[in-house]
Design a protein around this ligand. Structure first.
Ligand SMILES: [Cu+2]
Length: 494
C-alpha cells in the first residue's frame, strides 16, 4: 500500500519537533464554556455519546447562569476578517468574528441572549428554525422594532428542539456581510449511533474586487468562498482518529447552493436544518447539496487513513479571488484590447469604479453591454520572464512567503492549444504558501499542498490513534501562541 506508507512517512517525517512532543493528550475541545460537558473528561463525553461540537477557525461563545437561564452576549459589529494570509477584509459579524461565535446548548435549556448593536445601522437577530414565541423571532418590523445603532434587544426562550441550527441578522444585505453563527442544540439523549467527533462548518461567499477590502453585497460574481470565515488553504484541517465515527454539520447562508464533497469515504445524511432524520432515509452518498438557508448533518466512519479533501464541488468555488480576464492580462502585461490597462482590468482603479458605465462594459463587469469583450481575447506568448514581470507588478504578489519560484509545468506548444491556460496559473505550485498557513493541523501535509487548495476547501485528516494523540498534544502546546505567519514577515528590501 504505497499511499498509506507515503502518508505515514510524510506525516512522521516532521522532524524532531513533533516526535519529541510530550504525550500530554488532553480533551481537544476549544475553550468556550458553552455546554455543561466542558467539565467532563474526554472519556465521559465518549461514553455519554455526546461530544462538544468543534467549529474550526471560529471561537465558542461562553455563557453564565443568570436568573435561571444560560446567558449569552452577542455584539453585532464591523470586523476585520482575514480570509487567508494577507487578505484582510471588512465584514460585519459578531464579537469580532464572521461568522459569529458558536453557541452550544442542551435540549430543554432556558436561554437568554443579549444582543447589542454596534453597527452604524439597525439590525435584528433571527433564530433560524427555532420554535419559540413570535415576539422572540427577530423579524424586523413585524415581530419587533429593528435594534437601532447603539441599541440592545434581549432575547429569551426555552428550547425544546435538538439539532444543527443557526442565528443570523434578518436584514438581507447584512447576511451577505457575514452576519451568521452556528447554534447547536444537543439532544437530551445521544443520537444512535453516537459519534466520536463532531464538527460544524458555515459556508459563505463574498464578491470582493482585488483593490477593495469591502465585499459588494449586491454583486453576484462571488470570488471569495469560505469555510468558517477562511478560504483554502487557510482553513484548519479536521483531525480525526482512524475508525472514529464523525459527524459533519454544514450550514449555508448565501446566494448559492453548495455541493459539498468528501473524498475517500461514504456518508449518510442524518439531519437537516429541521433536526435528526429517520434512519430509513439514510442512503449512501459522498456529496451533499447544502441549499441556501439549509443545514446538512452527515455521518461516516473515518476508516480510510490519509489526508482527504472536503470541498464545494462548484469549480468556481474552488478558487480564490477570481477576476475577469486576469490570466491573459498578466501574461501579456499590456492590458486589454478595450484600451484599458491591466490594473483597470483587474478592478484596480484609481478613479471611478469597475461597474461604472464607461469602464464596466469594457471589463466584462457591466450589465451585459459589451461584456462579450473578454470572449474575444486570444492567448499571447508566454515566457517565464514575462510572467514574473507581470506578477511582480501586481500589488501583494511579492511576499517572500509565497513559493513563487515553482513555475507550473506547461507543454512546449501550450500557447497553440485553444483554451490554454485554465489551471496552469490559477492552481498549482506557483501559488503554494505552505509556510504562511502552517499550524499544528497542517503538519506533515505533502509539500506544496497549499497551492492546490482554494476557496471552500479543507482536509479531513484520518490518523492512526498514536499520531492523533501527537497532533492533539501539539495543538495544546500551540494554544495561546500567535499563529505562525512566516510569510508575512516582510524583510527590509531597503
Ligand atoms: Cu459552492
Amino acid at each position: 500500500m504505497k499511499n498509506r506508507r507515503d502518508f505515514l512517512r510524510n506525516t512522521f517525517g516532521l522532524g524532531a519537533g513533533l516526535a519529541a512532543a510530550p504525550r500530554l493528550f488532553a480533551a481537544s475541545q476549544e475553550s468556550g464554556g458553552s455546554i455543561d460537558m466542558q467539565h467532563m473528561g474526554h472519556a465521559n463525553q465518549r461514553s455519554s455519546g455526546i461530544v462538544s461540537v468543534e467549529t474550526p477557525d471560529v471561537p465558542h461563545l461562553p455563557w453564565h447562569m443568570a436568573g435561571g437561564a444560560k446567558e449569552f452576549h452577542l455584539i453585532a459589529e464591523p470586523v476585520k476578517q482575514e480570509l487567508m494570509p494577507g487578505k484582510v477584509v471588512n465584514l460585519w459579524g459578531y464579537n469580532g468574528s464572521a461568522p459569529g461565535p458558536t453557541i452550544q446548548v442542551n435540549q430543554g435549556d432556558r436561554v437568554r441572549i443579549i444582543v447589542d448593536n454596534h453597527l452604524p445601522e439597525p439590525t435584528s437577530m433571527h433564530w433560524h428554525g427555532f420554535e419559540i414565541p413570535v415576539d422572540m423571532d427577530g423579524a424586523p418590523g413585524s415581530s419587533q422594532d429593528p435594534i437601532p445603532p447603539g441599541g440592545r434587544f434581549v432575547y429569551e426562550f426555552t428550547l425544546h428542539q435538538a439539532g444543527t441550527f443557526f442565528y443570523h441578522s434578518h436584514m438581507a444585505m447584512q447576511e451577505m456581510m457575514g452576519m451568521i453563527g452556528t447554534f447547536i442544540m444537543h439532544p437530551k439523549k445521544a443520537y444512535d449511533p453516537p459519534v466520536d467527533k463532531d464538527f460544524a462548518i458555515i459556508l459563505q461567499e463574498y464578491a470582493i474586487l482585488p483593490n477593495n477590502p469591502i465585499p459588494n453585497s449586491m454583486n453576484m460574481e462571488f470570488n471569495w468562498l469560505a469555510f468558517n470565515g477562511k478560504a483554502g488553504p487557510a482553513t484548519t484541517p479536521l483531525i480525526v482518529r482512524l475508525n472514529d465515527r464523525v459527524r459533519l454539520r454544514l450550514i449555508n447562508l448565501g446566494m448559492d447552493h453548495h455541493p459539498i464533497h468528501l473524498h475517500g469515504h461514504t456518508f449518510v445524511v442524518t439531519g437537516t436544518e429541521g433536526g435528526r432524520q429517520p434512519k430509513t432515509t439514510w442512503g449512501p452518498k459522498n456529496t451533499v447539496l447544502v441549499g441556501v438557508a439549509e443545514a446538512a448533518d452527515v455521518e461516516f466512519v473515518a476508516n480510510n487513513p490519509g489526508d482527504w479533501m472536503i470541498h464545494c464541488h462548484l469549480p468556481h468555488h474552488m478558487m480564490n479571488q477570481m477576476s475577469s480576464v486576469v490570466g491573459p492580462m498578466t501574461r501579456r502585461s499590456n492590458g486589454l484590447p478595450a484600451g484599458l490597462g491591466m490594473e483597470e482590468g483587474m478592478g484596480i482603479l484609481r478613479e471611478g469604479h469597475a461597474t461604472s458605465e464607461d469602464k464596466g462594459p469594457s471589463l466584462g463587469r457591466g450589465m451585459g453591454v459589451g461584456s462579450t469583450r473578454d470572449q474575444t481575447l486570444g492567448n499571447g506568448p508566454l515566457s517565464a520572464q514575462q510572467a514574473k514581470q507581470s506578477t511582480d507588478n501586481m500589488p501583494g504578489m511579492q511576499h517572500d512567503g509565497m513559493q513563487m519560484g515553482g513555475a507550473p509545468e506547461v507543454a512546449k506548444d501550450a500557447n497553440s492549444v485553444p483554451g490554454f491556460p485554465q489551471d496552469a496559473f490559477m492552481e498549482g505550485p506557483a501559488m503554494a504558501m505552505d509556510k504562511m498557513v502552517e499550524k499544528p493541523e497542517s503538519y506533515g501535509l505533502r509539500p506544496g499542498w497549499s497551492g492546490f487548495m482554494q476557496g471552500m476547501m479543507t482536509f479531513l485528516r484520518v490518523l492512526p490513534p498514536d499520531m492523533y494523540d501527537k497532533f492533539m498534544a501539539l495543538r495544546e502546546q500551540q494554544k495561546g501562541k500567535p499563529e505562525p505567519m512566516q510569510g508575512m514577515e516582510h524583510p527590509h528590501h531597503g
